[in-house]
Design a protein around this ligand. Structure first.
Ligand code: ATP
Ligand code: MG
Length: 381
C-alpha cells in the first residue's frame, strides 16, 4: 500500500491503519485535479500522524502533505506565556477564516482543508494567485499554511476584514514531507520576497512581560471585531498558544446558539469558561464587566430566538452562502465535494456570467430545525 510506504509504517502499523478504517478518499477524480492519480486522507489522528494528513499518488510520484497540528489555548496570559515560552515570544494576529494548506503536486497548486479534503473552490482561487505560483516554482518542497478569509467563504463567511471575495494569509511555511516549520523571520522574509500576504505580525517580545502587551492587543483587536492572537516561539521549536478576544468568544457562541443542536455542548461551555478567566484576569471595572455580561447574554439568547422565529414562520434554520467560480465545471465539482463531505445543503440558484458563474446555496441545519419544530408543536424536551 502506497500510504504505508510513504510514511514508513511497519507491517503491524499498516494493518492497524486498515482495520481502524482511518484512510478516506481526499478528492473527487476530475481533470481539474489532473496531477493526482489517487489521494487518501487521515480521517483521525494515527500515532504521530495528524488528522488531515494526505498521501497522494501524483504524476511525479507519491507525496505526503502533513496535517496541521492543533494549537492549544492559554486560559490566562499570566503566567501561561512566561511559563510556556523560552526567553522570547513572537505575536501574530489570529485571523478568523478556515485553515488551508497549499502545496504543489505535479504541475499545479492544490488547496487542502483541515480535514484533508482537496477543495475545488479554494484550489481555483489559489491557482489565480501569481505570487503563490511564483513561490512554488522555486519551492515545491514547502507547504503554505494559510487562513482563507473573506465574505465569499464556504465555511466561515466574515465581513470584518473588508475582503469581498476570498484571500489567503500565510501563518506558517512548512516542509511538505516532515511538516517542520520555518523560523518566524525566515517565513516573513520569504513572504515579503514573493509578495505573499501574511497574517499581521505584532513583533517579538520578552516572554517575561509579554502578557501586558498581549492584553492591550486583545482589547484593541476586540474593539475591531477581530479574533485574537497566536503566540509562537521565534525559532518554532516550542508549540504555539492561542488566545482570543471576548468579542470572538461571543461571536462563536452566537453562531453556536443559532445552530444549537448541530453544535457540541463542549463548544459552548468552553467559550463561557474562557470569558470567566478573561474577566478575572483583566480585573475590569463594573461598567466593563456589565458590558461583558450583556455581550455574553446577547450572544446566547438573540441568535436562538432568531432560529425559533425562522422555524415558526415555516423556514429552515440555515446559513446562506454565495461563491463565485471562474469555471462552471469547478462549481459542479464543488457541489459534489460538499455532498462527499456530508454537508446538508440546498442550491438556491446558479447565475451564469460571461466568465464562470455564481452559486447561491444554503447550509441546512436540520437537527436544530427539527428540534425547534418539535418543541413548537408541544413536544417536551
Ligand atoms: P486547533 O485544532 O488548531 O486548536 P481549531 O480548528 O479549533 O484549531 P482555532 O481555534 O481557530 O481552530 O485555532 C487554530 C487555527 O487558527 C489554525 O488552525 C489556523 O487555521 C488559524 N490561524 C489563524 N491565524 C493564525 C496564526 N497567526 N497562526 C496559526 N494559526 C492561525
Ligand atoms: Mg479558526
Amino acid at each position: 500500500m502506497f500510504v504505508s510506504e510513504a510514511l514508513g509504517l511497519s507491517r503491524h502499523a499498516s494493518k492497524t491503519l486498515e482495520e481502524k478504517n482511518i484512510l478516506r478518499e481526499a478528492f473527487i477524480p476530475h481533470h481539474f485535479f489532473s496531477d493526482i492519480i489517487e489521494a487518501l486522507r487521515f480521517d483521525r489522528k494515527f500515532g504521530d500522524i495528524e488528522e488531515g494528513t494526505v498521501v497522494a499518488k501524483t504524476i511525479n510520484g507519491v507525496r505526503t502533505v502533513r496535517g496541521f497540528p492543533k494549537i492549544r489555548r492559554a486560559l490566562t496570559l499570566y503566567p501561561s506565556i512566561r511559563k510556556h515560552f523560552d526567553r522570547e515570544v513572537a505575536i501574530e494576529e489570529k485571523m478568523n477564516g478556515y485553515n488551508i494548506r497549499i502545496a504543489k503536486l505535479g504541475k499545479n497548486l492544490y488547496a487542502f482543508t483541515r480535514r484533508g479534503y482537496i477543495c475545488p473552490y479554494t484550489t481555483e482561487k489559489v491557482r489565480k494567485k501569481e505570487e503563490m505560483v511564483d513561490f512554488f516554482r522555486d519551492f515545491s518542497n514547502f507547504v503554505l499554511c494559510c487562513e482563507a478569509v473573506g465574505e465569499e467563504s464556504p465555511f466561515v463567511p466574515k465581513k470584518i476584514y473588508g475582503i469581498r471575495e476570498l484571500d489567503f494569509f500565510v501563518f506558517d511555511v512548512r516542509e511538505i514531507e516532515t511538516s517542520n516549520p520555518l523560523k518566524i523571520d525566515e517565513k516573513l522574509r520569504l513572504c515579503e520576497e514573493y509578495g505573499i500576504k501574511h497574517v499581521p505580525f505584532f513583533g517579538i517580545y520578552e516572554s517575561r512581560n509579554a502578557h501586558e502587551t498581549v492584553r492591550e492587543l486583545i482589547c484593541r483587536l476586540g474593539r475591531d471585531g477581530r479574533e485574537g492572537v497566536v503566540m509562537k516561539d521565534p525559532e518554532m521549536k516550542i508549540e504555539p498558544l492561542k488566545y482570543t478576544t471576548s468579542e470572538t468568544n461571543a461571536g462563536d457562541l452566537s453562531y453556536a446558539f443559532r445552530f444549537f443542536n448541530e453544535y457540541g455542548k463542549d463548544f459552548m461551555f468552553s467559550r463561557i469558561v474562557r470569558e470567566g478567566f478573561q474577566s478575572f484576569e483583566f480585573a475590569e471595572n463594573e461598567e466593563e464587566f456589565r458590558k461583558r455580561c450583556l455581550r455574553l447574554g446577547m450572544s446566547i439568547l438573540r441568535p436562538m430566538i432568531e432560529s425559533i422565529k425562522d422555524v415558526s414562520s415555516g423556514e429552515w434554520v440555515s446559513e446562506k452562502i454565495k461563491l463565485r467560480f471562474d469555471d462552471i465545471e469547478v462549481l459542479e465539482l464543488f457541489l459534489r465535494h460538499l455532498r462527499k463531505m456530508g454537508v446538508d445543503f440546498r442550491v438556491r440558484s446558479i447565475v451564469k456570467r460571461e466568465k464562470g458563474a455564481v452559486l447561491y446555496f444554503e447550509r441546512i441545519m436540520r437537527s436544530t430545525t427539527d428540534k425547534i419544530k418539535a418543541h413548537l408543536e408541544g413536544q417536551p424536551w
